[in-house]
Design a protein around this ligand. Structure first.
Ligand code: BGC
Length: 742
C-alpha cells in the first residue's frame, strides 16, 4: 500500500515536494527480472562474475574527476563492474559508455557515493536532522538528496547510517540518529523511503545502503574501528533493530562494518550476514563491504592472508568487495582450491545483477546522465528552501534564561566567535558534492534577516587566544545590546577517524565565551558541532544556548530564523549531553541496578564527584512557548496480552506563542525474567499548538512494543505490570501503571 501526501507547511515560499511514504516493504526481486538474470549469468565467465563483485573508487583532482588507468582497463575487461565516488553527468556517462560499449557482455556499472546529508544542497548532518523528531522532514531531506544525486549520475548511496551510539567520543555519531533504538529505527525507515523514492527504477530513485552492519557505534572507548563486544541479548535489544527496520523498509543493499563483534569481524561474520540478515530478516539485496574491510581481516588476525580473508568474507555472505581487490585477485583461485563454491559466487552475482535490472540500467544505462536535469535540479531554489526548513527544525534550544531569545531585529548584535562568518565548517563532514561557497554563514544570515550585526573572531576553533583578538571581541560586545557567540568544532573533528577523548569546546573557545559573559551583556551561544559536547561552564553561564549542529547550505538563514523568532524552535536532543566525558556512556534507557541512585546514600550506583544525570537529557529541547502535560490516561488499566493499549494525554500550550512540541511516550516493564531499562521510548508525536490551545495525543502500544529478548532468548512479552510515562523529554515525565494479563 502506498500513501501519497504533500508536505512542507513552512512559512518559506516554496513549491510542494511530493513525498511518497511506503508502508514498510522489504525489497523483493521481481519475477520478470529473475529470468533475465539467469540468462545473463549463463553467459558469464568466472572472471566476469567476479568483476560484478568488485567495486573501485575514482578520484577527484583539481581539474575534476579522474579514474586510474588500471581501473578503466578493468572495466573494459569486465574485471570491475561497479564504481564509487564517480559523479557528475559527463564523467559518469563516459565510464558507463566504456562498460556498455567496450565490454563483452555490456553490463552497466553501478555508481555509488556517500550521499549522507545532501548531494549539492546540503542538509543538516544526520544527527541534527534526527533532532527534528519529524519523520516527514527526515524523509524529505533524503528525497531531495536522491533527486539531486540521481541527476548527477549516481544510482547508489551509502546511507542511511543507522549505528546506535551512546558514546559521544565516537566521531561518527554525527552520521547517525543518536542513542535511541526506537527513534533510530523510525529515522532509518524514513531515510530509506526518501532515498529509494516511490520505486526502484524511477529516474530519481537510488539504492539505499544500510550501514554499518553491525554494532559499529559501540566501539570500546568511542575509538573508531575499535573492538565491539557485548551480550547477544543487549545487541539484539538495542543495536540491531534500526538495521532491521531499514531492511524491512526496503533497503536494497547493506554495508558491513569495520569492527568485530564477539570476536568475529563483521565482514567475515556469518552469524550477522547470513543467519540474522538473510535468514531471520529475509534480506534479498546485496551486501557490500566497507572500504578494504576484507583486507583488514588480516590485521584483525582471523585470516593469515588476503586470500583467506576473501574466503571468509564470501562464505559469510559478503557479495561485493569495496576497494580491497581481494575478490578480483584471489577469488578464482579460491574456487579452484574448492574453498569457495561456484554456487556461492553465482548467488552473489545474481544479487548484484538483479538490482542493476531493477534500476532499469539495462534498458537505459544513461538514465541518470541527463545534463538538463543536473542543471535544473542541483541547488534549485526549491531545494534550498527545503534545506532551510529542515535546518531550522533541527535546532535545539538548550537554555533561554529570562527569555533572552528571541532577539529583536532592531537590536545591536555583536557576532563573535570563529564560526560566526564561516561557511566551510557549516556544511559539516560527509558533505557530498556541497560547496562551502554556496553556504550561508551566520553573519550573512543575520544580515539577510535585516539585522545589523558587527563581527569579531575572538579566537580560532583550535589553539590559543591573542590579547588583541580578545580585546577586540570584548570592545565589540561592550557596544552591543546582545552578544551572539558562534563556537564549536571544525567539520573534520567529527565523522570517520575523528574520535575525541575530550569533548569540550576545542581551544580557547570556552574562555572566550566566559570573557564575554563578564561584560554583563546577554550572551547567546550558538553551538556548531557534530557530537554532544560536555560544556558545563557554558551551560551555567550563558544566557541562551542553541545547538545548531552543522546545518548545511542554509545554515545562517535557518539560525537567524530561530534567533529572531521567525521560527519557534521545536527540536529535541537525539542523544544525551554529558556534564563530563567521565560520565560516558550516559544514556537515558539505563537499567535500575541493584542499588539505584539515591542522593542520600553513598552505597548506591553513582559518582562521588558528579551527579549521574547528563547536562541535558535525551529528548530535551525548549521552545519560545511552554507546554503542559495532563496525567496520561490508558483506555484500560488491566488488559490482555495481545490487545492494544491506547494511552491519551492532553498537551496544552501555556505560553504566548504558537509552537510545536514532541510528545514522548516511554515504557518500563516492572518485572522481567531479565533486567529491563528504567524507561524506553516507544512512541512520539510532533504536534503544533496555537497559544493557549490544547490537544489530545493518543499513543497506541502493541505487543511488539512491550517485547524483548527474554531469559531464554526468545522475543516476546512477559505479562505483568508496566509503567507508562509521557512528557516532553526523557527526564520530565508523568506516569501511570497498567497490568497485562495472560
Ligand atoms: C566509511 C563508509 C563509507 C565508505 C565509502 C568508509 O571509510 O566507513 O561509511 O561509505 O568509506 O566512502
Amino acid at each position: 500500500m502506498r500513501k501519497q501526501y504533500s508536505l512542507f507547511l513552512s512559512t518559506i515560499t516554496c513549491s510542494l515536494l511530493i513525498i511518497s511514504s511506503l508502508n514498510a516493504q522489504i525489497y523483493r526481486p521481481s519475477a520478470a527480472v529473475e529470468e533475465r538474470v539467469i540468462k545473463l549469468l549463463d553467459k558469464m565467465t568466472l572472471e566476469e562474475k567476479i568483476g560484478q563483485l568488485t567495486l573501485y573508487t575514482t578520484d577527484w583532482g583539481s581539474t575534476g574527476p579522474t579514474i586510474r588507468e588500471g581501473y578503466k582497463n578493468d572495466i573494459r575487461s569486465g574485471a570491475c563492474g561497479n564504481l564509487f565516488n564517480s559523479h557528475t553527468v559527463g564523467f559518469v556517462r563516459e565510464l558507463q559508455r566504456v562498460a556498455v560499449e567496450e565490454t563483452r557482455l555490456k553490463i552497466p556499472l553501478l555508481f555509488g557515493f556517500d550521499v549522507i546529508h545532501g548531494y549539492k544542497t546540503i542538509f543538516p548532518i544526520p544527527l541534527g536532522e534526527a533532532a527534528s523528531w519529524d519523520m516527514e522532514v527526515v524523509e524529505r531531506a533524503a528525497r531531495v538528496a536522491a533527486i539531486e544525486a540521481t541527476a548527477a549520475g549516481l544510482n547508489w548511496t551509502y546511507a542511511p547510517m543507522v549505528d546506535i551510539s551512546r558514546d559521544p567520543r565516537w566521531g561518527r555519531v554525527m552520521e547517525g540518529a543518536g542513542e535511541d533504538t526506537y527513534l533510530g529505527s523510525r529515522i532509518a525507515e524514513a531515510r530509506v523511503r526518501g532515498f529509494q523514492g516511490k520505486k526502484l527504477g524511477d529516474p530519481d530513485a537510488m539504492l539505499a545502503c544500510v550501514k554499518h552492519f553491525a554494532g559499529y557505534g559501540a566501539s570500546f572507548g568511542g575509538r573508531d574501528y575499535n573492538t565491539v563486544d557485548m551480550s547477544e541479548r543487549y545487541f539484539r535489544n538495542y543495536f540491531l533493530p534500526p538495521y532491521e527496520a531499514a531492511v524491512r523498509a526496503g533497503a536494497a543493499t547493506v554495508m558491513t562494518s569495520f569492527n568485530d563483534y564477539d570476536g568475529i569481524p563483521a565482514t567475515g561474520n556469518k552469524f550477522l550476514l547470513t543467519d540474522i540478515l538473510r535468514k531471520e530478516w529475509g534480506f534479498r539485496g546485496f551486501v557490500v563491504t566497507d572500504y578494504t574491510s576484507i583486507n583488514e581481516m588480516v590485521n584483525h588476525g582471523v585470516a593469515a592472508d588476503e586470500k583467506g580473508a576473501g574466503e571468509l568474507a564470501i562464505n559469510a555472505g559478503v557479495d561485493m568487495d569495496m576497494q580491497g581487490a581481494v575478490y578480483q585477485r584471489f577469488l578464482a583461485q579460491s574456487v579452484k582450491d574448492k574453498k569457495v563454491s561456484m554456487l556461492q559466487i553465482d548467488e552473489a552475482v545474481r544479487r548484484v545483477l538483479r538490482l542493476k535490472f531493477e534500476l532499469g540500467l539495462f534498458e537505459d544505462p544513461y538514465k541518470f546522465c541527463d545534463e538538463n536535469r543536473q542543471n535544473a535540479q542541483l541547488l534549485s531554489a526549491e531545494h534550498r528552501a527545503a534545506a532551510r526548513d529542515v535546518a531550522r527544525k533541527s535546532i535545539v534550544l538548550l537554555k533561554n534564561n529570562q527569555d533572552v531569545l528571541p532577539l529583536k531585529k532592531s537590536a545591536k548584535i555583536a557576532l563573535i566567535g570563529p564560526l560566526g562568518d564561516n561557511k566551510s565548517e557549516l556544511i559539516g563532514n560527509w558533505n557530498g558534492a556541497g560547496n562551502a561557497d554556496d553556504c550561508v554563514s551566520l553573519l550573512e544570515g543575520l544580515r539577510n534577516a535585516g539585522a545589523s550585526a558587527t563581527f569579531a573572531r575572538g579566537c580560532e576553533v583550535e589553539g590559543g587566544m591573542s590579547k588583541d583578538d580578545l580585546a577586540a571581541a570584548v570592545a565589540l560586545a561592550a557596544g552591543a545590546d546582545v552578544v551572539v557567540v558562534a563556537v564549536g568544532e571544525k567539520a573534520m573533528m567529527s565523522g570517520e577517524a575523528a574520535s575525541r577523548a575530550e569533548i569540550g569546546l576545542p581551544g580557547a573557545q570556552s574562555a572566550l565565551v566566559l570573557e564575554l559573559v563578564k561584560t554583563g551583556k546577554p550572551v547567546v551561544v550558538v553551538l556548531m558541532n557534530g557530537r554532544p559536547l560536555a560544556i558545563p561552564e557554558i551551560a551555567d553561564n550563558a544566557g541562551a544556548i542553541l545547538e545548531t549542529w552543522w546545518l548545511g547550505t542554509e545554515a545562517g538563514n535557518a539560525i537567524a530564523d530561530v534567533l529572531f523568532g521567525d521560527y519557534n524552535p521545536s527540536a529535541k536532543l537525539p542523544m544525551s549531553f554529558p556534564r563530563s566525558v567521565g560520565q560516558v556512556p550516559v544514556f537515558y534507557n539505563e537499567k535500575s541496578t541493584g542499588r539505584p541512585y539515591d542522593p542520600n546514600s553513598k552505597w548506591t550506583s553513582k559518582y562521588i564527584d558528579m551527579s549521574n544525570s547528563p547536562q541535558w537529557p535525551f529528548g530535551f529541547g525548549l521552545s519560545y512557548t511552554t507546554f503542559q502535560y495532563s496525567e496520561p490516561k490508558p483506555d484500560k488499566t488491566t488488559y490482555k496480552k495481545g490487545e492494544r493499549l491506547r494511552v491519551a494525554v492532553t498537551v496544552t500550550n501555556t505560553g504566548k506563542r504558537a509552537g510545536e512540541e514532541v510528545a514522548q511516550l516511554y515504557l518500563r516493564d516492572m518485572v522481567g525474567s531479565v533486567t529491563r531499562p528504567v524507561k524506553e521510548l516507544k512512541g512520539f508525536q510532533k504536534i503544533m499548538l496555537e497559544a493557549g490551545a490544547s490537544k489530545e495525543v493518543v499513543f497506541t502500544l502493541t505487543e511488539q512494543d512491550m517485547s524483548f529478548y527474554r531469559h531464554d532468548m526468545t522475543f516476546g512479552v512477559e505479562p505483568g505490570e508496566f509503567e507508562i510515562m509521557v512528557g516532553g523529554n526523557s527526564s520530565d515525565l508523568k506516569r501511570v501503571r497498567v497490568t497485562m494479563t495472560e
